[in-house]
Structures are given as structure tokens and as C-alpha cells.
Design a protein around this ligand. Structure first.
Ligand SMILES: *Cc1c(COP(=O)(O)O)cnc(C)c1O
Length: 399
């Protein structure tokens, strides 16, 4: 029986902030114009989608940018532009979200999963090993839940093995490693603007690259027809000459309505990152004396965006974790456990990706069985993070 006097948290873990008035006004202007398709432009007009690409290229410091339909599409488009073929093996993180191995499988290629460390990043020893033995030429690197590995070391291993890196930055838009923005280490950086990410257009994706050959291919693949010259964060026409006969059109464009909603949000990213980190640090501080848990250390070299929070319960039995999750849920604190046998909501583990060959990942399995995850929407205030920590701390003490 629940003690009636126990504190219950009443915040909503999936409630986002509204779209700002600037975004709403820009979206209404697009709707009034009727020109929602990115290539439907009036004489002299710069469409919102092309303008978004210029703004996001500037924000990340990339030469080129392409806006697309989703983060998943961004990854599929990058892999296709790299010439990933059916049956080819592609390295990726064992700890990630389903659209990542899904992007590899969508091309008929085979995900080869790399182990995870206690700090929730890709295991660089296992990567070094598989980089030379797996027969892969691409790593789709997922900065899962915003944790960034030692990128200098990762890029060293990749370049020594001739591996091209594509970064999945769905959780690291606005983050950096030693001052270099996430997404700017690999040949291609992919971002999502889906509602639960750092910018919100419902659905959407962004791709950045400095490589003119790859970017021309991605623009053509995204469904530019012969209108690629309307892109402004794009390489010159020469790069499209041969590619336009070779790249299949796999439509996945962004539209002007979503681009209009997104453009004002780029300028809001630093403030959002600061507020997310305020929530993150408040939760972290509130749990600093909690028994039985291990917090994830954040390296000095990593500038992260704390839009979610993870911790480990090392050595806990499944039933004890399930008990904690249930008691926290009863007190309004929504924890997701990566160790559950069945995939729940957005959370699944590699054993559920049965389109890929089963893989032996003891380190990741041990980690996932102890891993708890919390969302931190920006509709929360620091007092909410403090309250969540207080409830969690109390329940950990009762477990
Ligand atoms: C959300 C997400 C994606 C894909 O984004 P969509 O826009 O939903 O396709 C990719 N990787 C990770 C880690 C994600 O969380």
C-alpha cells in the first residue's frame, strides 16, 4: 500500500515547450503563401527550407547542409550516398535507438554492433578490434543519450582502419567534444528535429557535411529532381553533373512549413542547452548521496546537452529494479529501464532487432540490465528536478 503522505511528482515527462511566436508567425506566413513545397518559390524568393540549411550550416560551421524528412532518413541518405550496398557490414553502437540499426537494415546491409562502456559510450577497444576484423567500411556512430566518446581517439582508429564515420547526433545537437561541434568529426553529421529532440518540428532531419561529392549525392537522393541549383548550402553545379544520372530519387525532402518552425529555434539552442544542463545538474546533485546507484561521469572535454538523464544500478536483481520503477511510477517519476525483456515505448535493446544476426555483447548486456533513463523536458524547472531527485533518493533508500 502506498503511504498517503508520500510526495508525488505531478509534472509531465513528455510535455514539450510551445513553438515560439516567431516560429508560429513564420509558419502562418508559409501557409498563407500556399507554397509549402521547398521548390515552389516566387521570383526572387528564398524559401524557408533553403534558408534553414544556410542557417544550420553556419551554426555548425559546416560547408553544406541538407534538410530532410527525419533523422532516420538523414542516416539512410548518408549511408546510400556512401555507396553502402546490400549485404555489406556496417558498424554501429549496440546501445542506441532502433532507427539506427534500422537505417542500416533499410539498405539491406548488416549492422555489426560495437560494445558499450560503463560511461555509456562506444567501447573503443571493441571498435578498434571490429574496425579491422568485421569487413566494414562505415561506422554509423550514435551519440546515444548525448554521451560523447573520446572523439580524437575514435577518429584515429577509424582513419587508421579506413573507416568512414557518419555521426548520429539525434541527442547531441548543440553539444561538442573539445570545442568541435558534434556532427563535425565524421564525413557526415545527421540530426533529428522530431518532437523529443533539441529542436521541434514534429518530424524532420538535418544533414551536414564538408564533402561536396557526398552532399551533391545526398541532395539528389533526397528528391531534388533537377532543381538542386535552388539549394544555397550546397556544392556547385559541377558536382551534380554525373551524379544526377546515377543517384536514385528516394524522396525525403523537408517542407517550408517545418523549416519555418525550425529556423527561429537555432538561435534558441544555447539557451535551451543551458536550461537542460541546469535541470541535469540539479538532478545529479540531488542524487549525489543516493545509495546503490552509479552516476555517469561527464568528461571535461565534453560539452553536453542534458536533455535526458541516466544512471546505473549495478548488481541489482531484475525484480528489485522492477520494484523501484513501479514505486517511482506510483510517485509520478517515470523511469525507463533498458533491461526489460520486451521493448517498451522508445526503449529497445539489441535482442529485439531480429532482422540483424544475433550478436554476442556481454558488456552491453550487463550495462543495459542496470541502466535507468529519465526524460527532462524543458517544461520542468530546477525545483522539479530537485523534487524528482528527492523521490528517487527516498525510493532507493527503501529498495
Ligand atoms: C530519434 C532518434 C533518431 C532518429 O530520429 P527520427 O527523426 O525519429 O527518425 C536517431 N537516433 C537516435 C539515437 C534517436 O533517438
Amino acid at each position: 500500500m502506498m503511504d498517503e503522505t508520500l510526495e508525488v511528482f505531478t509534472g509531465n515527462f513528455t510535455q514539450q515547450e510551445p513553438i515560439s511566436e516567431a516560429g508560429i508567425a513564420a509558419a502562418v506566413a508559409v501557409m498563407r503563401s500556399g507554397r509549402l513545397h521547398r521548390y515552389n518559390i516566387a521570383p526572387g524568393e528564398i524559401d524557408e527550407t533553403a534558408a534553414l540549411e544556410v542557417d544550420f550550416a553556419t551554426y555548425t560551421g559546416a560547408r553544406y547542409c541538407l534538410a530532410v524528412a527525419s533523422g532516420g532518413y538523414a542516416m539512410r541518405c548518408a549511408l546510400r550516398a556512401l555507396g553502402v550496398a546490400p549485404g555489406e557490414r556496417v558498424l554501429t553502437n549496440a546501445f542506441t535507438l532502433a532507427p539506427v540499426p534500422g537505417a542500416i537494415a533499410a539498405l539491406g546491409a548488416e549492422p555489426v554492433l560495437v560494445e558499450t562502456t560503463e560511461d555509456l559510450v562506444i567501447d573503443l577497444e571493441d571498435f578498434a578490434d571490429k574496425a579491422t576484423t568485421a569487413g566494414a567500411k562505415v561506422l554509423l556512430l550514435s551519440h546515444m543519450r548525448g554521451h560523447i566518446c573520446d572523439m580524437d581517439r575514435l577518429m584515429e582508429i577509424a582513419s587508421a582502419a579506413g573507416i568512414t564515420v557518419v555521426e548520429d547526433c539525434a541527442h547531441t545537437m548543440g553539444a561538442a567534444w573539445r570545442g568541435t561541434p558534434s556532427g563535425r568529426f565524421g564525413a557526415v553529421g545527421c540530426y533529428s528535429t522530431q518532437t523529443y529532440k533539441h529542436m521541434n518540428s514534429g518530424e524532420g532531419g538535418l544533414i551536414v557535411s564538408d564533402d561536396p561529392v557526398l552532399m551533391a549525392r545526398m541532395i539528389l537522393i533526397s528528391g531534388s529532381y533537377m532543381l538542386y541549383h535552388r539549394h544555397r548550402a550546397a556544392p556547385g553545379p559541377d558536382y551534380f553533373e554525373t551524379a544526377k544520372y546515377q543517384m536514385p530519387n528516394v524522396s525525403g525532402r523537408m517542407d517550408n512549413l517545418r523549416a519555418a518552425i525550425l529556423r527561429p529555434q537555432i538561435a534558441e539552442l544555447p539557451d535551451r542547452a543551458a536550461r537542460w544542463n541546469g535541470l541535469y545538474r540539479a538532478l545529479e546533485a540531488g542524487l549525489s548521496a543516493a545509495p546503490g546507484l552509479r552516476l555517469i561521469p561527464r568528461p571535461q572535454d565534453e560539452a553536453f546537452v542534458g536533455s535526458s538523464f541516466q544512471f546505473l544500478l549495478p548488481g541489482w536483481e531484475a525484480a528489485r529494479i522492477q520494484g523501484l520503477v513501479a514505486r517511482c511510477a506510483a510517485r509520478g517519476v517515470e523511469l525507463k529501464w533498458f533491461g526489460a525483456a520486451e521493448p517498451v515505448a522508445f526503449t529497445s535493446r539489441h535482442q529485439s532487432w531480429r532482422y540483424a544476426p544475433a550478436q554476442n555483447l556481454p558488456r552491453t548486456d550487463r550495462l543495459l540490465s542496470a541502466l535507468l533513463d529519465l526524460r527532462l523536458p524543458l517544461t520542468f524547472h530546477e525545483a522539479d528536478a530537485v523534487a524528482i531527485a528527492r523521490i528517487l533518493d527516498a525510493e532507493l533508500r527503501r529498495s
